[in-house]
Write a protein that binds this ligand. Structure first.
Ligand SMILES: Nc1ncnc2c1ncn2[C@@H]1O[C@H](COP(=O)(O)OP(=O)(O)OP(=O)(O)O)[C@@H](O)[C@H]1O
Ligand SMILES: [Mg+2]
Length: 1002
C-alpha cells in the first residue's frame, strides 16, 4: 500500500539557559496554537509568523517533580514536556512502524537549542528515543502471539567530516565505514553493527555506549554532538511465522549537527572555504530539501543532489522517498539568537512542503532470499563475462565480488534464527552488565575524575578512578604501573600522579605537563578538593568528585563546560565586565556583549587546541584569541561592534595574520582532520594551497588614531601628536600630523583666518590639508625592523580611503605627506559633521615579502590620485577666473557705493570716509566705536556680496556668461543697496546720537 504525504514539522522552544538568564535576555518568540511569531529585537516592527503542524512551548510554566522531571506547573500551563512531545511524534512513528512503514524523525536546530534534549533527553527527562523504545517493548509484550515473532535491531552511527563511524563497534575504523548502494536496499552502510535487543534497558545501555564512543574514539579533541550528525536506526521486524511473511520498518532517528555550522563556518573570504567537508552534509541536506520543496510546488527540478553527501545518501528514503518523515526544529527564544532562530524557522517551513511516498514493507521472507539469489546469479554471470573478455579482470570484478559477498552475508542473516542472534548478543550483554555494576561500586568507594564535555550530552561518561592507598598515574602511555591511560591533545606520556592516602588526595604534574585547577596553572603538588575543576593538557576537562564522605547531593549541572572556560578566562583577566563599556555601570549585559563573551569562551579552548596541534605537527604557528574593537570607536566616538578574532603569528618569520572567528573555526576543522590522520600514523603531506596552516602574507591592522575635525569649523590649524591604539586599547605608535585650513593655493590661513562663528563658512569654499609628518615609536617595527607601515584614512564622505606611501624599516618613520582637500560649498550638514566627527586614521603593518607588491599597489592608487588631483586643479583654475571677474565687479560696486554714500550723507561734498575721520578726530573713543560700526556694516556688506558671488558663480557656469552675470550683479546691487541703506541709516542715527552727546558734553 502506498501512502503519499508531506513531512510533518514540529517546532519546540526551550527555556533560557543560564547565560541567557544572566544577561536578562528577552523572549522574542510567541506561540498561539501552531503559529509562531518571532520579533526582531533590533526592530520591533519586524515580526515574522509561521505555522507548523505542531508547536511546543517548552519555555516557561514548568516545575521539577520529585523524580527530577520537568512537568507543567499547573492545569492551565501550556508547557510541553517530554511526554507530550513523545505522545505526538513518538506515537505517530510507532503507529507507522507497526503498519510496516519506514519512519524518520529529524532534529534540526542551532547548537544548544535542544535537539539532543528532545531526541535522547537528559537524566530523568528522557527523550523521544528512549520513550519510543519503552513503548515499543511494552506493546510487544502486550501483543505476544504464538505464530508471530518480533525482532528489534539497534544501530547507531555518526557522520563526522563525511566519514561514517559505527558508534557501537569496538574496533577502530580509521577511514570510517563505506556507504554502498544496492538495488534492494538503496544506500546503506557496510559492516554497520546492528545489535538485537529485547528490552528498553538494553537500548539505553547502547545509547550510553554509543555516546561514550563519540568522545573517546574518533578524535583526541573535545567532541561535541553539534559537530556531527548521529543516526540511530531501530529496525522493527514482525515475522508472521505461519504465512512466512516479514513486515519490516526502519525507524530512523536523526540528531543533526548544529545548524549554525551551515552558515557560521562558511567563513567568507577564506581561500580554504571548500577545504573542509564539515559542512558538506548539512549544506547538501539544505539543497536536497529546497529541491524537494520546489518539486512539491510543481516546479521542474532536474536533479536532487542526494549523492553529494554522506548524510543525504543515507537519508534518501527519508526525504522524498519511502518513509513517513517528521522534523522537530528546536529553537532558542533569546534575543541574541534571533538570526539563528529565524533561519531555523525558515528551514523548517521549507521542509514541510516535501512529499514522501511511503510503502508498507511487507514481503514473504522467502521472497527476500529469492531476490538476493537472483541478484547474485546476475553478478556471477557478469564476473564470468569480464573474466572471459580477458581484460583488467581484477579491477573490474573487485566491486562485483564484494557485492556478491554482501548479499550472501545478508541471506545468511535472514536465515539465522532470531534466537541464534539473541544468543550471540547475550555474551556481550553479560560482559557489559558486569562492567556497569563494577563502575557503580567504584563510584561508591573511590574519588574520581569525571569528564566534562562541551556538549552536556557527552559529559560524565569517562570516569578516572583514584584507588585507595596508592599512586595513580594518568597519561598517554600504558608503560607505567598503575596507569590510567587517557588520550587528548597535549597529554604527556606520564602527565600527572594522583595519590590517595590517609583520606587525602593530591595531584602532582610531571615535567612540563600542563595542568590547571579551577582556572589556575599548577606546577607543583596540590591537594584536590571535592568539585575542583581539573584541565589536563590542552583541553581535557574533568570535575573531581571527592571522597564519598565529602559528597553531598550537590547540583552538578552548574559545573558545565562553559563554567570551566569562564573560570579560565576570568583568571586570565577576561570576563563580561571587561567587555562592557563603561565597566560595571550598567548591570544588564548588552546582548551583543554577551554574544562576544560566549564566543570568546567557546573559541578559547579551540585556540589552545590549535596551538597544541601546531606544536605537534611542527607548524611554528602561534594562535592568540583577541576581541576586535575592544577599545576602538567609530568616527563619532561610538563603540564599534566587538567580535572575536584570532591573531596568528609564525614564530620563526614573525609574520602575522588576523583571522575572523569563522575563518579560524573553518581552519581548525581542517587542522583536526590532518591531526587525526597524523595520530592514526598516516604520512601527511599537504599541498600549500590546501594547507590550513598556510596563508599568503597580508597587511595587518595595527591600530587606529582619531583626530577631531572640529577645528576646521573655526579655520584653526591643528598640530597634533595622537596615539594609535590597537583593538585592546594599547598604544601602537604616535602620529605627528597637522590639520591645516588653507587657501585654494595651499597657503595656510593662519590666525587671520580664524572664525568665531562657524556658520560664516556656510556656502563658502573650504580648503584644508591633512599633513602626515611622522609616525613615532612604532611597536610593530620595534618587534621586527624589517617590517613597514602604511597609514590609511577616509576623508569626509569620500568613498575610497587615502593612504600614505609605505614606510619601511624605521621605528620612527618619516612620512611627510600632504594631501589637500576642497569642499566646494560648506553646508550645514558638513558643519555639524565636522563638529561631531573625527578623522579616523588606521595604521597598517606591512610584512617583508609583501613590500614590493604593496608599494606597487600604493603607486597605482597614487597615480589615480594624481589624475584626480589634476582634475581638481583644472576646476580650481576655472573658479579662480570666476573669482577674478567677481573681484572686478566688487571694485566697481564699492566705487558706486562710495558715490552713493557721498550723495546721501555729505551734501557739502565731504566723503563718508572723510566725515568719519573727522568725527574720530574730534573724539578718540567715538572714533573707535564708529570704526567698529562701520567695519561691521562693511563686513555685512561683504557677506552679502560673498553670497551673491556664489550665485553668480553658479550662473556663470550654467548660463550665458555675460548676460547672466550682469543680471545677477544688478540683482546683487539691489540687495546691496538695500543693505547699504539700512546700514547708512544706522550710521546716520549713530551720528545724530553722537552730535547730541557732543553738544551735551560741551
Ligand atoms: N525543552 C527543554 N527543556 C529544558 N531544558 C532544555 C530543553 N531543551 C534543551 N534544554 C537544555 O539546553 C541545553 C542544550 O540542549 P541540547 O544538548 O539538547 O542542545 P543540542 O541542540 O543538542 O545542541 P548541539 O547541537 O550542541 O548538540 C541542555 O542543557 C538541555 O538540558
Ligand atoms: Mg546535541
Amino acid at each position: 500500500m502506498l501512502s503519499a504525504d508531506s513531512v510533518k514539522v514540529a517546532v519546540r522552544v526551550r527555556p533560557f539557559n543560564q547565560m541567557e538568564k544572566d544577561a536578562g535576555s528577552h523572549c522574542i518568540i510567541s506561540m498561539l496554537l501552531n503559529s509562531i511569531t518571532i520579533c526582531d529585537p533590533r526592530n520591533r516592527n519586524n515580526v515574522k509568523s509561521f505555522t507548523f503542524d505542531l508547536a511546543y512551548w517548552s519555555h516557561s510554566a514548568f516545575i521539577k517533580n520529585e523524580e527530577g522531571i520537568l512537568i507543567p506547573d499547573g492545569p492551565t500551563s501550556r508547557y510541553a514536556d517530554q511526554r507530550r512531545v513523545f505522545d505526538d511524534l513518538g506515537q505517530e512513528m510507532l503507529k507507522n512502524a507497526w503498519k510496516g512503514y519506514n519512519a524518520t524523525l529529524l532534529a534540526y536546530g542551532q547548537t544548544g537549542s535542544g535537539k539532543s534534549y528532545s531526541m535522547i533527553g537528559y537524566g530523568p527527562d528522557r527523550g523521544i528515543i528512549p520513550l519510543t523504545c519503552d513503548e515499543l517493548f511494552k506493546a510487544i509484550q502486550q501483543n505476544q502471539e504464538l505464530d508471530k515473532q518480533y525482532q528489534i535491531y539497534f544501530s547507531m552511527l555518526e557522520i563526522y567530516n563525511e566519514k561514517v563511524i559505527d558508534l557501537l563497534s569496538k574496533s577502530k575504523q580509521p577511514g570510517g565505514l563505506k556507504v554502498r548502494e544496492s538495488p534492494q536496499r538503496g544506500f546503506y552502510v557496510e559492516d554497520l553493527r546492528s545489535v538485537p535487543c529485547e528490552s528498553s534497558q538494553q537500548v539505553e545501555q547502547l545509547l550510553k555506549e554509543g555516546n561514550k564512543k563519540r568522545i573517546t574514539a574518533s578524535t583526541n579533541i573535545n567532541m561535541s554532538s553539534s559537530r556531527s550528525h548521529m543516526i540511530i536506526t531501530v529496525r522493527f521486524k514482525q515475522v508472521f511465522l505461519k504465512d512466512n511473511l516479514t513486515k519490516q520498518s526502519d525507524i530512523n532517528l536523526v540528531d543533526l549537527a548544529g545548524s549554525e555550522r551551515q552558515r557560521a563556518s562558511g567563513s567568507e573570504g577564506d581561500r580554504l572555504r571548500e577545504g573542509s567537508a564539515i559542512n558538506l552534509s548539512l549544506t547538501t541536506l539544505g539543497n536536497v530539501i529546497s529541491a524537494l520543496a520546489e518539486i512539491a510546488m510543481g516546479k521542474k527540478v532536474l536533479h536532487v543532489p542526494y549523492r553529494n553527501s554522506t548524510l543525504t545518501k543515507l537519508l534518501q528514503s527519508a526525504l522524498g522517498g519511502n518513509s513517513k518523515t517528521m522534523m522537530i526544529a528546536t529553537v532558542s527564544p533569546a534575543d541574541i539568537c534571533f538570526e539563528e532562530t529565524l533561519s531555523t524557522l525558515r528551514y523548517a517551513e521549507r521542509t514541510k512542503d516535501i512529499q514522501n511516498k511511503a510503502v508498507i514493507n511487507e514481503n514473504p521472507t522467502e521472497q527476500l532470499i529469492q531476490e538476493l539469489r537472483t541478484e547474485n546469479t546476475k553478478l556471477r554471470s557478469t564476473i564470468t563475462k569480464i573474466r572471459n573478455s580477458g581484460q583488467r579482470v581484477e579491477e573490474e570484478t573487485k566491486e562485483l565480488r564484494r557485492a556478491l559477498a554482501e548479499n550472501e552475508l545478508e541471506m545468511a542473516e535472514i536465515q539465522t534464527s532470531w534466537e541464534q542472534c539473541l544468543e550471540r548478543a547475550q555474551k556481550e550483554w553479560e560482559q557489559q552488565y558486569q562492567t556497569l555494576t563494577q563502575e557503580r561500586q567504584m563510584i561508591q568507594m573511590f574519588p574520581y575524575l569525571s569528564n566534562v564535555n562541551v556538549d552536556p550530552q557527552l559529559s560524565a561518561f569517562v570516569k578516572l578512578f583514584i584507588r585507595d592507598g596508592r599512586e595513580t598515574v594518568i597519561g598517554q602511555s600504558s608503560n607505567f604501573s598503575q596507569v590510567v591511560v587517557i588520550k587528548g591533545l597535549g597529554i604527556a606520556d606520564k602527565h600527572v600522579t594522583i595519590t590517595n592516602r590517609d583520606n587525602k588526595v593530591t595531584l602532582e604534574p610531571h615535567g612540563q605537563a600542563k595542568v590547571t585547577i579551577n582556572g589556575v596553572t599548577v606546577l607543583t603538588k596540590v591537594q584536590l578538593r571535592h568539585l575542583d575543576r581539573v584541565i589536563l593538557g590542552s583541553n581535557s576537562t574533568y570535575l573531581y568528585m571527592g571522597l564519598p564522605r565529602e559528597r553531598n547531593a550537590e547540583d552538578l549541572s552548574k559545573y558545565d563546560y562553559d563554567f570551566f572556560q569562564s573560570e579560565l578566562a576570568a583568571v586570565e583577566g577576561f570576563n563580561r565586565d571587561a567587555l562592557a563599556a563603561p565597566a560595571g555601570q550598567n548591570k544588564k549585559v548588552d546582548p551583543s556583549v554577551l554574544a562576544v563573551f560566549l564566543d570568546y569562551i567557546r573559541v578559547k579552548p579551540m585556540v589552545t587546541e590549535a596551538n597544541q596541534i601546531s606544536k605537534e605537527l611542527n607548524k611554528d604557528l602561534k594562535f592568540e584569541l583577541e576581541v576586535k574593537n575592544l577599545a576602538l570607536t567609530d568616527s563619532r566616538g561610538h563603540d564599534l561592534v566587538k567580535e572575536v578574532m584570532v591573531k596568528v603569528t609564525n614564530i620563526l618569520t614573525q609574520q602575522v595574520w588576523v583571522w575572523s572567528r569563522a575563518k579560524f573555526v573553518n581552519r581548525k576543522f581542517i587542522m583536526e582532520d590532518i591531526y587525526q590522520r597524523f595520530v592514526d600514523g598516516e604520512k601527511i603531506s599537504v599541498e600549500r594551497e590546501s594547507d590550513p596552516f598556510w596563508d599568503p602574507i597580508e597587511a595587518v591592522h595595527l591600530g587606529t588614531a582619531y583626530v577631531w575635525l572640529q577645528s576646521l569649523n573655526y579655520c584653526i590649524t591643528l598640530e597634533e601628536h595622537v596615539e594609535f591604539h590597537n583593538s585592546q586599547g594599547e598604544e601602537e605608535a604616535i602620529l605627528q600630523m597637522n590639520l591645516v585650513p588653507c587657501s585654494p593655493t595651499g597657503q595656510p590661513l593662519g590666525e587671520d583666518g580664524i572664525l568665531i562663528d562657524p556658520t560664516e563658512l556656510l556656502g563658502q569654499r573650504l580648503d584644508f590639508q591633512v599633513q602626515i609628518i611622522q609616525c613615532l615609536g612604532i611597536k610593530w617595527l620595534k618587534q621586527n625592523s624589517k617590517r613597514g607601515i602604511q597609514i590609511r584614512y577616509h576623508v569626509l564622505s569620500h568613498p575610497h580611503p587615502f593612504h600614505t606611501k609605505p614606510a619601511w624599516n624605521n621605528v620612527n618613520a618619516r612620512i611627510d605627506q600632504v594631501m589637500q582637500f576642497t569642499v566646494k560649498s560648506v553646508s550645514q550638514e558638513l558643519l555639524s559633521y565636522l563638529q561631531n566627527h573625527a578623522l579616523v586614521l588606521d595604521l597598517w603593518g606591512l610584512q617583508v615579502r609583501l613590500s614590493v607588491q604593496l608599494q606597487e599597489t600604493g603607486d597605482n592608487q597614487l597615480s589615480e590620485l594624481y589624475v584626480k588631483l589634476s582634475k581638481l586643479e583644472q576646476e580650481i583654475e576655472l573658479l579662480r577666473d570666476v573669482n577674478r571677474t567677481l573681484r572686478r565687479d566688487n571694485v566697481t560696486l564699492k566705487d558706486t557705493l562710495k558715490r552713493v554714500m557721498n550723495d546721501a550723507t555729505n551734501p557739502d561734498g565731504k566723503s563718508f570716509h572723510q566725515s568719519n575721520i573727522q568725527a574720530s578726530g574730534s573724539k578718540g573713543t567715538h572714533k573707535a566705536s564708529y570704526e567698529v560700526e562701520f567695519a561691521k556694516a562693511l563686513k555685512k556688506f561683504y557677506q552679502s556680496m560673498n553670497q551673491d558671488e556664489a550665485s553668480v558663480d553658479l550662473l556663470r557656469l550654467y548660463l550665458d556668461k555675460q548676460t547672466g552675470a550682469i543680471k545677477d550683479v544688478g540683482d546683487s546691487f539691489e540687495v546691496c543697496m538695500n543693505t547699504l541703506k539700512n546700514d547708512i541709516s544706522l550710521i546716520v542715527k549713530k551720528k545724530k546720537e553722537h552730535s547730541l552727546w557732543s553738544s551735551v558734553t560741551k
